[in-house]
Design a protein around this ligand. Structure first.
Ligand code: ZN
Ligand code: ZN
Length: 440
């Protein structure tokens, strides 16, 4: 049994005071909290090198954490050791007389299996064993991606997820869901492979999320803005649009309004990314959706979007962006450059010749908003490239370059169209890649 320190759990009575120490005084980054309703606990993970601290708050008076603090006060609650095979580890411990709280592993956070060992065995410390969820790494070649995507019609509205990255705050939003033909979404990959993890509906369509990203730093930026609400019933029927909860709800949940946005950054101008850039006012006139914002668009993309051809015109809808030019709120970028401190764009090409991704860097950490370069976690394998892409070999080259960087720098990757996973980390085992989910 090879055990690795995964995290140290600390029971916290006054979260604000704890954050003043761990976040402010120690300058550590705190991940978005995760609720464990069964335990009536809210966990705040704090990465410290290879392992993490876990600040544990009780969410109800009968929570085990509340009971623990009644007896012993706040402080060290448990340590968690990561093992490859939790069942074998438990058998081994039992054979050597260890007192176990859990004889069988049970489900823990993030899809892991966990079991507790009694403190009387572990010399006064509660020890948790954890076998992390395996995102299908190193298993059958057609199950490289971690989560089975929800069947169409069963997806839940994505909650607002926050991550701190150095001096920046990243907030993942949702503009609801839509559906596209599964074959078109996976290009040359046979349906027998993609349908295993991404089940299609009766019209062969798969469900996609639309997840714009807020970056808050010296200014407040939104990257892409979903579909918006200008499309008619026929359009919404064809594309299976489901926007009962959309971007306005998500912004409100994040404590923001369209007036708070200083910069709107476009990955490219397809309708599922730029539809939310404009709205129709009471007089039927189109105007910018974010009244104070400058809209930043790659010049080549603008040229292509305003001169669509028979292949591209179903995706480029002029009402989404021509009104921005008329309102004088457009800013063009010609090169890979910094848009605001910590945020720079990089042209990937491929999907469209001037499609760009966004790299976000602060406090020594990097996040990437990859847009349609890797639209969902199912598109992580190199050859899983959309049939929609105009230059698939450029997509391939950009994906390969990015994958190397993502592994080396532990980049937090935001997946704009994944219906279930907002962001995660790329992992490679035995030459196979998968995603460790970080934000749903
Ligand atoms: Zn696109
Ligand atoms: Zn798209």
């Amino acid at each position: 049994m090879k055990a690795v320190l995964d995290h140290v759990g600390i029971a916290v009575r006054d979260l604000e005071a704890a954050l003043r120490f761990y976040r402010d005084a120690l300058a550590l980054e705190i991940e978005a909290p995760e609720d464990v309703p069964g335990q009536r606990i809210r966990a705040h993970m704090v990465p410290v090198g290879e392992s993490r601290l876990e600040l544990l708050e009780a969410t109800a008076p009968d929570s085990p954490i509340a009971r623990f603090m009644e007896k012993r006060g706040p402080g060290l609650h448990h340590i968690t050791l990561r093992v490859d095979d939790i069942r074998r580890a438990l058998n081994q411990l039992k054979a050597r007389g260890a007192k176990l709280i859990d004889e069988q592993p049970r489900p823990g956070a993030e899809g892991a299996l966990v079991a507790f060992i009694h403190p009387s065995t572990a010399h006064g410390v509660l020890v948790e064993l954890k076998q992390p969820a395996r995102p299908a790494l190193g298993t059958a070649p057609d199950t490289l991606h971690p989560a089975r995507h929800p069947a169409p019609g069963t997806q839940r509205p994505a909650p607002v997820g926050r991550v701190n990255l150095g001096d920046l705050e990243l907030i993942s939003l949702s503009d609801g869901f839509f559906r596209l033909d599964g074959g078109s979404m996976f290009g040359v990959v046979p349906k027998t492979l993609w349908s295993k993890t991404t089940p299609p509906d009766e019209r062969n369509r798969i469900t996609l999320g639309m997840r714009p990203l807020i970056v808050r730093g010296t200014r407040t930026m939104i990257i892409d803005a979903g579909l918006g609400d200008k499309e008619n019933e026929k359009f919404c029927e064809i594309y299976g649009v489901e926007r009962t909860r959309h971007l306005d709800h998500a912004l409100a949940e994040a404590g923001l309004s369209p007036e708070d946005i200083d910069i709107v950054l476009a990955s490219h101008l397809h309708f599922d990314h730029a539809g939310g850039f404009t709205v129709r006012d009471g007089n039927g006139r189109l105007r910018p959706r974010f009244p104070r914002a400058q809209y930043v668009v790659r010049r080549g993309e603008w040229e292509d979007a305003t001169h669509p051809n028979v292949r591209t015109r179903a995706s480029y809808l002029l009402d989404n962006y021509v009104p921005l030019a008329e309102a004088g709120v457009l800013q063009f970028v010609d090169d890979d450059q910094t848009i605001m401190p910590g945020v720079k764009v990089r042209r990937t090409g491929g999907h469209t010749p001037h499609h760009q991704m966004v790299l976000i860097e602060s406090g020594g950490r990097t996040a990437a908003f990859v847009a349609d370069l890797i639209p969902t976690t199912a598109h992580v394998p190199d050859a899983w490239i959309m049939g929609y892409d105009l230059n698939p070999l450029d997509t391939l080259a950009a994906k390969q370059r990015f994958a190397g960087e993502a592994l080396e720098k532990e980049i937090l990757i935001f997946f704009e169209h994944d219906p279930a996973i907002a962001a995660g980390y790329l992992r490679e085992e035995n030459g196979k890649r998968g995603i460790i989910p970080a934000l749903s």
